[in-house]
Write a protein that binds this ligand. Sequence first.
Ligand SMILES: Cc1cc2nc3c(=O)[nH]c(=O)nc-3n(C[C@H](O)[C@H](O)[C@H](O)COP(=O)(O)O)c2cc1C
Length: 332
Amino acid sequence: MIKTRFTELFGVDHPIAQGGMMWVGRAELVAAVANAGALGFVTALTQPTPEALTKEIARTRDLTDKPFGVNLTILPSINPPPYAEYRQAIIEAGVKIVETAGHKPQEHVDEFKRNGVKVIHKCTAVRHALSAERMGVDAISIDGFECAGHPGEDDIPGLILIPAAADKVKVPMLASGGFADARGLVAALALGADGVNMGTRFCATAEAPIHDNFKQAMVDADERSTDMIFRTYRNSARVARNAVSQEVRRLEAEGRPFEDVAHLVKGARGLEGLNTGDTDLGIWTAGMVQGLIHDIPTVKDLVERMVAEAEQLIRGRLEGMIETLEARSAAA
Ligand SMILES: Cc1cc2nc3c(=O)[nH]c(=O)nc-3n(C[C@H](O)[C@H](O)[C@H](O)COP(=O)(O)O)c2cc1C
C-alpha cells in the first residue's frame, strides 16, 4: 500500500484517481474504480438533467459502498447547462467529494465548501492552481500538455509542470496527463505529487462503458496518435487522431471560424460513435498515453498491478541503485 496526503484526505486505499470523463464517467466505471480502492468521479454533464444525475449517483451507490465523487466541468458556452442545479443535485445527494474543472469555479467552490463537500480542482497551469488554492479548494489536480481533453494554451509538459506546481502548491496535488502504469505513478510521487489522475487509461478497461472498438483502437494506437484541435479558437483539445480530427485540423489551417467545424465536433456525433463502435464518426477524447496502453484489463487488475509494481520499483530498482560509500570502498 502507498500512503500519501491524497489517500489520507479522501479516505481511499490507493493514490490513483479517475478524472471526470464525458460519456465515460458513468456508474459502472466509477463504482469499479471505487471498489478497486481508487477514487472515481461520475461526470455530471454526461447526464442530460440534474434529476438524471441524482439517479446516476444512486446507481453508483448501488454498485459500491466505497467513496466516490462527481465531476463538474465548467465550460464557456453560448447556452450553458444549469450549473447551479447540477451543483444542488450533487449536494442534495450527499456526495462528499467533487472534482471541478474549467473556468471560474469560485461560486461552485464556495457553495460546495459551505455544504461540507471536499473539492479537488483540476487545472492546467501553476497560476490557476494557486488561484484555486486561494479559493479554498482541498486539493489540486494538474494536467500537463500530454493530457487528453483540454491542456490549456501554455504547452508545459508534466515533467516541468508537476514539480513547478509542487514547489508552490501547499494542498495535496495529483499529477494528471500521461499516466498509465507504475512507472508514471512512481515518477509523479518523485516529482512532488501525492498521486495520479488518469483518464485515457481507464477508458481501456473492461468496465468502461464504451464500444470495444474504441478500447482496441487505444491498444493499437501509439504515442503519436492524437491531434490537437481548436488551437486557433484558443480552446485547445487533445483528441484521438481520426478522419474527423484531421478534417478539423485542415479547416483550422485554412483559418475557418468555429461555425465551419461545429457540425463535425458535435457531442451527439461523438456519442453515437462511442455507442456504435464507429471510431471515425465524430471526435473522441484520448491522450498521448495511448502509446503506453497494451491491454484491456479489469479496473481492479489495473489498479492492483499499478500499485504492486510501483512498490517493486521503489523497493527494487530505485533503492537498489543507492550505494553507500562503505560498500563502494569495499568493492574497490
Ligand atoms: C474520454 C474522455 C473524456 C473526458 N472528459 C472530461 C470532462 O468532461 N471533464 C474533465 O474535467 N475532464 C475530462 N477529461 C480529462 C480527464 O479527466 C483527465 O484529466 C485526462 O484524461 C488526463 O489525461 P490522460 O488521459 O493522459 O490520463 C476527459 C478525458 C477523456 C479521456
